[in-house]
Design a binder for this molecule. Structure first.
Ligand code: HEM
Length: 506
């Protein structure tokens, strides 16, 4: 009994302190309605990630955009209209992220994704030229080679099935291919994830997003100290983190030693030959910056880890959802295969060039439509720290508010995309885009803090899909209702039951 009274007393004290600290902010934000809250707990937390996804959609329909939700002692405004996200994302102020990103900082530190203010501006300015299309073209051969490995693995799988094609889950194949590509392009290191998926580094990466997502929605895991020292999941997580950090540090050391041996000074950025140029990884550009004094060793590691985190799950998710949709829409798939065959000709052994990929306009429309319906990054957060934001309907979002932007709901808004649940790639033919709200389609976010890797991602998605469609015809066996019911979103939109397809070699 005495313990219960003490507990009630302390929680009461915390509640009063909280109300005294934030009363003004609370009054201002109360112009937005939302689901009922329980003191201290806030809006009752659904039990699983899938429930969170469904609840957010349900509340958005019931309370409109934005609606106010409370998670533990903090509150969130969830926005789902293009017109309202525009003033939040487009300005050069209010570029800080929300609290959920804290859970990925254990791996990424203050890299480009998680840094704020001047630190972010400095990093973005330095890194933008690294993602120039000309540099990215040098990565195409890696994307092609790893796609060929993927095709070979799938052929072997299909061969191992006797008789009629049997459905199987495509996701593990795609994820490992994307991981191989990002590792080789970021670090210049082959990890052969497709042939050795059990390496501790690969396992650590595969587990990381899962644990980070779990923590973001379960407040009792929010203390790093308690989570990592007193739970089995937390201890395993810390071990994986150590492995991942050590791996990147070792690669940096080796790469630096190789640069020194080659006499690279960082003063002359131009490599001697085309062959050397093609072997450069994103890390080499960062090491050049380090030699010029722009980055420390730790910052190089944080940026490389950021590319690893942002650059594999996202593209894998985009490709998986595309395959699912192509497998449900045979007419669209056939049109795509005709386009690919007409650009590449009948020789299936040739790799597509950058110009040929550019010619595949219908493939691009299909990828965009898939990213609209199933955005790989379905939800992002901003904290309004610099100045209040006028969302255009007479309401103001006050300073101090964390805003959750549901890209998923923005892109399924019937005001901008009639019949939003229909897969219709023609929406992205140039003349059909005229007059569309500029923020209605934003899979890579928008404004100054948009995705720095979007050209990389489009090139990778196009390359892998081109290889797949050239060699196989897909048939999806799951229906739309099941996919909608079982997808989960936090950092990346996942088909939690996988993408089950039957593959027929062409
Ligand atoms: C289909 C694939 C991808 C999608 C849909 C995607 C989407 C996004 C989105 C929505 C953001 C904004 C996040 C936020 O505001 O919280 C973002 C940021 C970022 N992305 Fe991507 N991304 C993809 C692939 C990539 C790739 C391949 C890389 C790197 C190789 C990358 C690197 C980054 C980085 C570094 C940021 C932080 C940018 C900043 O804050 O300045 N992304 N991405």
């Amino acid at each position: 009994m005495i313990q219960l009274l003490l507990f009630a007393f302390f929680t009461g004290c915390i509640y009063v302190c909280y109300q005294l600290t934030f009363p003004k902010q609370w009054r201002e934000v109360k112009v937005f309605s939302g689901p009922p809250t329980v003191p201290l707990l806030g809006t009752l937390i659904p039990s699983s990630q899938l429930d969170v996804t469904k609840k957010v959609e349900e509340w958005s329909r019931a309370y409109g955009s934005p609606f106010l939700a409370k998670l533990g002692p903090s509150y969130l405004l969830i926005v789902s209209k293009a017109e309202q996200i525009e003033p939040i994302l487009k300005g050069t102020t209010n570029l800080a992220k929300g609290g959920s990103y804290r859970f990925v900082e254990r791996w990424l530190g203050k890299g480009l994704l998680t840094s704020t203010n001047e630190q972010w501006r400095h990093q973005r300015k330095l890194l933008t030229p690294t993602f120039h299309y000309k540099i990215l073209q040098d990565f195409l051969h890696i994307m092609n080679e790893q796609s060929a490995v993927l095709v070979e693995r799938l052929r072997e799988h299909v061969k191992s099935q006797a008789g009629e094609p049997q459905p199987f889950d495509l996701c593990p194949y795609i994820t490992l291919c994307a991981l191989d590509i990002i590792c080789e392009t970021s670090m210049g290191k082959r990890i052969n994830a497709q042939s050795s998926p059990t390496s501790p580094y690969v396992q650590g990466i595969l587990e990381f997003t899962e644990v980070a997502t779990y923590r973001a929605t379960h407040p009792w895991t929010w203390s790093d100290y308690i989570f990592e020292n007193f739970s089995v999941m937390g201890r395993r997580f810390r071990q994986s983190l150590n492995t991942m950090h050590q791996f990147t540090k070792d690669v940096i050391k080796d790469r630096e030693a190789a640069r020194e041996a080659n006499g690279a000074t960082g003063k002359n950025d131009e490599p001697a030959t085309e062959e050397i140029r093609k072997k450069r990884a994103l890390m080499d550009f960062l090491l050049e910056m380090k030699q010029k004094g722009d980055f420390s060793s730790q910052e190089v590691r944080e940026q490389v880890d950021t590319f690893m985190f942002e650059g594999h799950d996202t593209t894998a998710s985009g490709i998986e959802w595309s395959c699912y949709l192509f497998g449900r829409n045979p007419d669209i798939q056939l049109r795509l295969q005709e386009e690919i065959d007409s650009v590449l000709g009948s020789d299936r052994s040739d790799f597509p060039t950058a110009d040929q990929l550019n010619e595949m306009k219908y493939l691009e429309c299909c990828i965009k439509e898939s990213q609209r319906m199933y955005p790989p990054v379905p939800y992002i957060e901003r904290t309004i720290i610099d100045e209040p934001v006028d969302i255009g309907d007479g309401r103001i979002i006050p300073v101090g508010t964390t805003v959750g932007i549901s890209i998923q709901m923005v892109q399924r808004d019937a005001d901008h995309f009639p019949e939003p649940d229909k897969f219709d790639p023609d929406r992205f033919i140039a003349e059909n885009c005229v007059g569309r709200h500029p923020f209605a389609f934003c899979p890579f976010s928008a404004g100054p803090r948009n995705c720095i890797g979007q050209k990389f991602a489009m090139m990778e998605e196009k390359t892998i899909l081109c290889h797949l469609l050239r060699n196989f015809t897909f048939e999806s066996v799951q229906d739309e209702a099941l996919m909608q019911d079982t997808m989960s979103y936090m950092f990346v939109l996942r088909p939690t039951k996988g993408v089950w397809v039957k593959l027929t070699p062409r």
